[in-house]
Design a protein around this ligand. Structure first.
Ligand SMILES: C[S@@+](CC[C@H](N)C(=O)[O-])C[C@H]1O[C@@H](n2cnc3c(N)ncnc32)[C@H](O)[C@@H]1O
Length: 265
């Protein structure tokens, strides 16, 4: 297992921004015009073409055997279901992803809503933003792009009134800062959805929970996001409206939980 102690802004930059991608694959991807095919190519790039081998997959707290080729799609679908659920209560004027990576979640949202709800993609890695700009233009997806660094968060009006979500991003920061959550509150989103592994919810003696704690410790992932949000709630600054533990994980030792909150006005 990879042991990466003390995740820092620099180590994250090395891990994400300086990563070298296969130029041949990306040249092929640039020819694609259909978002569904682009998603499939990206999944196959990392999981292997039509890999029918079954692997362990954590879904709603239980480990199941799932075809490897379906795992990424299932994980994204779980997040998208949650976003759609919130949108069914209240359609936001925009959807903002913080730390959007290669933009796969945003492509799924485009498939669900077309250009009906404006999409905003904020990322830290410049190469990922450049990649998204080209890919989205080829796929005819309109989206606004910008920079976001959770270590020095600046979230001006861009998130105002929008549905903001994160997926496997805040969990990369070993300790969530009050500044990060406060900057999100100040940006006055209508709702915030985190699809992130939550250390504090996994303090039990079951093997699954012990493995999660061990993995987070070894890799120096986040240990306090849930507690920090609870403190903001106790201070009357946010309302936590839903928490669901270990809903989905391609990596069973690092599954996403869901926590949804709203700033108190
Ligand atoms: C595991 S990927 C998740 C990408 C995307 N959210 C998804 O679910 O497919 C983690 C993302 O966090 C981004 N990231 C790394 N350091 C960051 C930072 N300091 N601030 C914000 N995002 C960062 C990486 O560039 C990468 O896109």
């Amino acid at each position: 297992m990879l042991i990466r102690k003390n995740k820092t802004k620099l180590s994250l930059k090395a891990e994400y921004n300086d990563e070298k991608w296969s130029p041949l694959f990306f040249a092929e991807l640039e020819k694609v015009r259909d978002p569904r095919i682009a998603l499939r190519m990206l999944d196959e790039h990392w999981l292997g073409k039509r890999n029918s081998e079954e692997i362990e997959f954590l879904i709603d707290g239980t480990i199941k055997q799932i075809k490897q080729s379906e795992t990424f799609k299932l994980e994204r679908n779980r997040l998208i279901t949650e976003i759609k659920r919130e949108i069914s209560f209240n359609t936001p004027p925009k959807i903002v992803e913080l730390g959007s990576g290669l933009g796969l979640n945003l492509i799924e949202l485009f498939l669900a809503y077309g250009n009906q709800i404006p999409l905003i993609s904020l990322e830290y890695a410049e190469n990922a933003i450049e990649f998204q700009k080209k890919l989205f233009a080829n796929l005819n997806i309109s989206c606004q792009f910008g920079n976001f660094d959770m270590f020095s968060p600046q979230l001006p009006e861009i998130a105002n009134g929008g549905l903001v979500f994160t997926s496997f991003v805040f969990s990369l920061m070993p300790l969530t800062t009050y500044e990060l959550i406060y900057s999100l509150i100040k940006a006055t989103p209508s709702v915030v959805i985190h699809f992130e592994p939550l250390f504090e919810l996994n303090q039990g003696s079951r093997r699954v929970e012990r493995d999660i704690r061990h993995y987070i410790d070894l890799n120096d992932y986040n240990r306090n996001l849930f507690c920090v949000l609870e403190i903001f709630q106790e201070e009357g600054l946010i309302d936590i409206i839903r928490v669901e533990k270990n809903v989905c994980g391609v990596n069973t030792a690092f599954p996403a939980s869901i926590i949804i909150w709203k700033p108190c006005l």
